[in-house]
Each structure stands twice: as structure tokens, then as C-alpha cells.
Ligand binder design. Structure first.
Ligand code: GLA
Length: 654
């Protein structure tokens, strides 16, 4: 049970509602249509700052009161945004220093959104003042279900390089390292004459003649995530002081880069996420499944909220596909199947003007008499009937390890390959698990690993010694681990672990890597059981058993995939990126050895099967047919016919 349900008591179903974009005489129709669609909650006020505070310190909450009251009267809960994601134009005029800067010094001017430097005292002060007004005004309001702080922190501006940020970065570094000598040590500044004699000499990694110092870049990512987190916490503190019982969230965006979601997760009462899979990408539902597993795991397995998705097309890709009939329903249930207790959209009514006028909405430019509205209304009714699922969790015996600092460092420059990405690394390991129907959590290195039979570690380039020791202990204690190349290479300051690659895992894996041999762009290398891409390397075994060898070139006959029994467990190592079929075979072998079973053995290809477990012992089996043809699925309680893109949800008591 997450903290929202006691207040809402139903599935969260609705959208971002932006009534300020419409004359007030449209609002009653909004409410009427919301009832028809089964809306239970809307997110209100995300971009309302300029409309409730048109001039500094001058508030106009009248219209907002009326919107809140209308919603309360219709029994629609409000996920109330703190409005601080897009400062009003007067803030930039009054305090030009609130505007963020890129690495090359470009100022990001007002006229879009998110144009604030997170370290700006003026931004924080004005944002805090607004939040205090807002929370004081609505803390007792009957519609209030949940606080929504900011919006997609770091989405457009994950890092600000301005003078204010530079000063804040110095303070942050001083707190982290304590002395400039320690900073020099951590940043390896003996290299290229970078030695500092004072913190005042340090800058953000602004555009430089060539590669900036890797440790400086990494610390700036950490600092930038922390600076945004401070903004979030500043607002949260005000909310906590005034409404201690109302849960708080911020909507996470994308999984890959911006802020360290794992560091932020513990500050959320409930995890929420915005999901925009591309209907033109035939694998986008697999990436969506990965991010849903990540969100569930970030909340410690508790239900999370899908706070935004598109009813049909978005407007920000080069080509914006409409969702096919049934696809919105299918993808909504996919989030529920992986632990969501809310399915919300961006946005309620399609904007007439502004940058998002071609983004789909629950109510389109043409009104509500159309397919999109009919499909969302059907979904609303369907979710209202699924109350038994609320609060239930999922059990996974497999976990995939994901760490943001590792991602930042992995994608840093001046590496053996320039285009190894965290996304590709994770999805190439996750996809075969998804295809095999194996449920997985996606956890940070700090998670309790002992609950998993199998741990998959894609390209853990950066690893602190304590984390490496935890992985070693995990296997020694009986865990099965699959690790890919270029893991265990550097410490938390991006300094190489000496003693032969991958030094912290050498004993665990029973091997050492003598030399990296990346493949040419797009190139492949034959393996004894398939082929590899991106990478190859010169491996010397030190006790590991060779499962596959490279089959061509200078490395022909040398180890490519190995297995090492270590303590009571087993560690597999992949010295290349095997092609999807080979990767699937290797992971299937590891799953079998670990005793990991799919959620529904024998489910047809393209059918996603998951189980949510209620506290009362009910098992909710979700079957999702991602194929555009009908088929039949065999389950323990009989055959289930599924039309193209159809969903079947059935409770069973265990
Ligand atoms: C993000 C934002 C929304 C909206 C949507 C459009 O998720 O939070 O305000 O811009 O994208 O897809």
C-alpha cells in the first residue's frame, strides 16, 4: 500500500489538468467529461506560477480556488503541483542570475520552461515563498490527495554551468573533500598541469580545448543532481511543516541520465514516473517494462504511479506516431502489470496554442466524440473495476544492477569506445529476460542483494571497493552473477583500479583482462556459439571455465564467455556483447542454474505475463498480447484467447 491510496481509495486515473489555458465557462464541460471518462485524480497547477503570482508577491488564487472546488465537488482528487517548474517572466527580469547556462556559456532564456539555475538563491527564495502560500492555502482542501513537487527535474536542464553554480560547486567540493589536497588527489590533477592551490580556482567542466578532467565531469554530475535535489527538499520541508500527513512525490523522467533517481528515491513518499514509449519503435514496450521495473524497485517494491503518458501521439519526436487502436490500453495495463497504482496522462484537454498544441490529450481539439476519448473512457471504467489489485506487489528472483554514477562515468569521453551507453548496456541484458518472461527488479548497488537468485551486472565500469566486495560476497554466499566486459575498471573518482583488469572482480571471475580490443563501428566478431558486437578483449583465465571462445581474428580460440564457480555461487563473464540470440542463450543457462522461473512458463512470444501479489494471498495474473494478431495462452486455469493487443487480468487464490 502506498500513501496515496488511503486518500484516494481508487486507482489514480486522469491527467495533467491546465484550466488556465481555457475560459472558465469550459470548466464545467471538463468536469462533465472527466466523470464520463472515470477520472479519479488530476495533476493541477504544474505551470501555473505566472498565473497565480502575476507580479512578485501579488497573488491571484481566486481562479485556482474555483478549479479546486469544482474538482472536489466532483469527487476528483488533486495531485497538487507546487508550480515551480517554470518561473514567471518577471523573475528573469528582476533576477537575470536565475537563468541557467550551458557549458559553452549560452544563457537559456525564458520563453520555454525550466529556465532556472537550481543553485540560484533568488530562484529558491521566490519558489519557497510561493510554495508556502500554496500549501497554507490548500492544506485542508478536500480535493488534495498528493503533493507534486516541481516537474521532471533535470529534464531540459540537468546541469547549469553559470557563475552561481560554479560557486555552489566549490562549496560542494569543499564539503566532499575537505581540502584542496584531497581534491587534487581525487581528480588526479598531477595530469596535464591541473593542480589546484585553492578551491576558488575550480570551475564547472565548461567547454574546454579538449576532454575535461573525467573526475571533474563526474563530480559535476553528482553536484548537479544534488543541487536539483536541494530544490526539491527545500519545497518538501515547507510541505512537511504544514501538511505532514499528505504524501509527496516528483515525477521522474527517463531512466538514463539526468538525476540520480536512486539518490532521490528515498525522499519520495511514492515513486512516480512519466513514460513515453515510441509507437514507431517495435521494442519500446520492452524499454518501458525496464523502466517500470526500475520505478517499482526504487520504491522498495511498493506500488508506484504512472503520472504521465500520451493518450496517443507526442509532439517532440521528429516523427510522432499515433498509438494504434488498443495500444494505449495495452501499454497502460503494462504499467499496472508491473506495479503501478495510477495511470495518468499528459494532458486533459489538448492545448489550442503553445508548444504542445499537437501533443495528444484525453480531450482532443475535435472534442470527445472520437476514438481516443472512447478508449480512455473504457480504460477508466476498467481500472475502476480492478480495485483488488491496488497495493499489491511483485516478486522477482532476478535483479539487474543499475547505478547512475556508473552510467555517467561509462558515457564519459576518452574511453576505448565512445558510444557504449548505459541504455544499450541495460537493455541488451534486460530484453532476453523480458522475452523469456522472467520478472526482474532493477536495483542500485545499495539494495539487499541476498533476496535474488540471479544478479545481472551490465558494464559496471565504475565501482567503489565496498560495492565490489558486496558483489563478491553475494556470489560467495551462493548467488549467481552475470557480468559484462568493462566492469570493475575505475573507482568513484574515475581512477583505474590497479592490479590487472578488472582488479576488484579478478578473483571472483577467475580471470584477468590483458588488453581491450574494441571492434570497429558496427563491426561484429565471430564466437564459437554466435557473434559479438562493440567489444572484444584479451582474457587470461585464472580458474574460470571457458564457455565460448572468439572464433576469428587475433583473438581466435581465446576466451570470450566464461563461468567461474566461486564460494557457493557462480560468476559468468561476457567479454563482448553477444548477439541477441547468444545473449538469450547465456541468460537462459544462468536462469536455469539459478532456479529462476518465468512468471508463466511457455507463454507465446510477444505475450508479457506478470503476477502481482496481494497481501490477502490473491495472485493477479496479467497477460498482455503485444502482437498485432490474436492467439491463445495456456495458463494453469485454462486457455485464454487474446485478441491483437488485448489484455487479460485474472485473480487466483494461492
Ligand atoms: C513531459 C512534461 C509534460 C509534457 C510532456 C509531453 O512529460 O512533464 O509537461 O511536456 O512531457 O510529452
Amino acid at each position: 500500500m502506498n500513501l496515496v491510496q488511503p486518500r484516494l481509495g481508487r486507482f489514480g486515473f486522469g491527467a495533467d489538468y491546465n484550466p488556465e489555458q481555457w475560459p472558465e465557462d469550459v470548466w464545467p464541460e471538463d468536469i462533465e467529461l472527466m466523470k464520463r471518462a472515470g477520472v479519479s485524480m488530476v495533476t493541477l497547477g504544474i505551470f501555473s506560477w505566472a498565473n497565480v503570482e502575476p507580479r512578485p508577491g501579488e497573488y491571484d488564487f481566486g481562479w485556482f480556488d474555483r478549479a479546486m472546488d469544482l474538482l472536489a465537488g466532483a469527487d476528483i482528487g488533486v495531485c497538487l503541483a507546487t508550480m515551480t517548474a517554470s518561473p514567471p517572466p518577471w523573475l528573469a527580469r528582476l533576477h537575470p542570475g536565475t537563468l541557467p547556462e550551458r557549458a559553452d556559456g549560452t544563457v537559456l532564456w525564458p520563453g520555454a520552461r525550466q529556465h532556472f539555475c537550481p543553485s540560484s538563491p533568488a530562484y529558491r527564495e521566490h519558489a519557497g515563498r510561493l510554495v508556502r502560500q500554496l500549501v497554507t492555502r490548500y492544506r485542508e482542501h478536500p480535493a488534495l490527495a498528493l503533493w507534486h513537487i516541481g516537474n521532471e527535474y533535470g529534464c531540459h536542464v540537468p546541469m547549469c554551468y553559470c557563475a552561481t553554480s560554479a560557486e555552489a560547486f566549490r562549496t560542494w567540493l569543499n564539503e566532499r573533500y575537505g581540502s584542496v589536497e584531497a581534491l587534487n588527489e581525487a581528480w588526479s590533477t598531477a595530469f596535464w598541469s591541473q593542480r589546484y592551490s585553492d578551491f576558488a580556482e575550480v570551475f564547472p567542466p565548461r567547454t574546454a580545448p579538449t576532454f575535461p578532467n573525467p573526475a571533474q565531469q563526474l563530480d559535476f554530475r553528482r553536484f548537479s543532481s544534488d543541487a536539483l535535489l536541494e530544490c526539491f527538499l527545500m519545497e518538501k520541508e515547507i510541505i512537511r511543516e504544514l501538511t505532514p500527513a499528505v504524501p509527496v512525490t516528483t515525477n521522474f523522467v527517463g531512466a538514463w541520465h539526468r538525476v540520480d533517481n536512486a539518490a532521490w528515491a528515498g525522499h519520495q513518499d511514492v515513486i512516480s514516473y512519466d513514460s513515453y514509449p515510441d509507437p514507431h519503435d517495435e521494442h519500446s514496450h520492452i524499454e518501458a517494462a525496464f523502466t517500470y521495473d526500475l520505478m517499482r524497485s526504487l520504491g522498495g517494491g511498493k506500488p508506484w504511479l504512472l503520472l504521465e503518458q500520451a493518450p496517443s501521439a507526442v509532439n517532440w519526436r521528429p516523427r510522432n506516431a499515433a498509438k494504434a487502436p488498443g495500444q494505449m490500453r495495452l501499454w497502460s495495463h503494462q504499467a499496472v502489470a508491473r506495479g503501478a497504482d495510477a495511470v495518468m496522462f499528459f494532458q486533459w484537454r489538448q492545448s489550442q496554442g503553445g508548444a504542445e498544441r499537437f501533443h495528444s490529450a484525453m480531450v482532443s481539439h475535435g472534442g470527445a466524440d472520437n476514438r481516443v476519448f472512447r478508449e480512455v473512457a473504457e480504460l477508466g471504467a476498467e481500472l475502476a473495476g480492478l480495485g483488488g489489485v491496488l497495493g499489491s506487489g511483485m516478486e522477482a528472483e532476478t535483479a539487474l544492477l543499475m547505478d547512475w554514477p556508473n552510467g555517467w562515468a561509462l558515457e564519459s569521453n576518452a574511453h576505448p569506445v565512445a558510444d557504449l551507453t548505459l541504455r544499450e548496456a541495460n537493455l541488451s541484458h534486460y530484453r532476453p529476460l523480458w522475452e523469456a518472461g522472467v520478472s526482474a527488479d532493477v536495483v542500485p548497488p545499495s539494495a539487499d542483494l541476498s533476496r535474488y537468485r540471479l544478479l545481472v551486472v551490465p558494464n559496471l565500469y565504475l565501482v567503489e571497493t565496498e560495492v565490489a566486495e558486496r558483489l563478491v560476497e553475494y556470489v560467495r554466499g551462493g548467488g549467481q552473477l552475470v557480468m559484462s566486459f568493462f566492469s570493475g575498471i575505475v573507482d568513484g573518482c574515475d581512477r583505474v583500479h590497479l592490479g590487472g583488469y578488472p582488479a576488484p572482480f579478478r578473483e571472483l571471475l577467475g580471470l584477468t583482462v590483458e588488453e581491450f580490443c574494441p571492434l570497429p563501428e558496427g563491426g561484429t566478431i565471430g564466437l564459437s556459439g554466435g557473434s559479438g558486437t562493440i567489444w572484444s578483449e584479451w582474457i587470461n583465465t585464472e580458474g574460470a571455465e571457458v564457455l565460448q571462445t572468439f572464433a576469428e581474428g587475433e583473438l581466435a580460440g581465446r576466451p570470450a564467455v566464461t563461468r567461474h564457480r566461486f564460494g557457493d555461487g557462480v560468476a559468468y563473464y561476457l567479454g563482448t556483447r553477444p548477439d541477441p540470440a547468444s545473449m538469450a542463450a547465456i541468460l537462459a543457462m544462468a536462469c536455469e542454474a539459478a532456479g529462476v522461473e518465468p512468471a508463466l512458463p511457455g507463454a507465446p512470444a510477444g505475450v508479457e505475463a506478470t503476477v502481482r501479489h496481494s497481501a490477502d494471498g490473491t495472485r493477479w495474473l496479467f497477460l498482455l498480447n503485444h502482437n498485432d494478431f490474436e492467439l491463445t495462452v495456456r495458463t494453469p486455469s485454462g486457455e485464454v484467447p487474446l485478441a491483437a493487443r488485448d489484455v487479460h487480468i485474472s485473480p487466483a487464490t494461492s
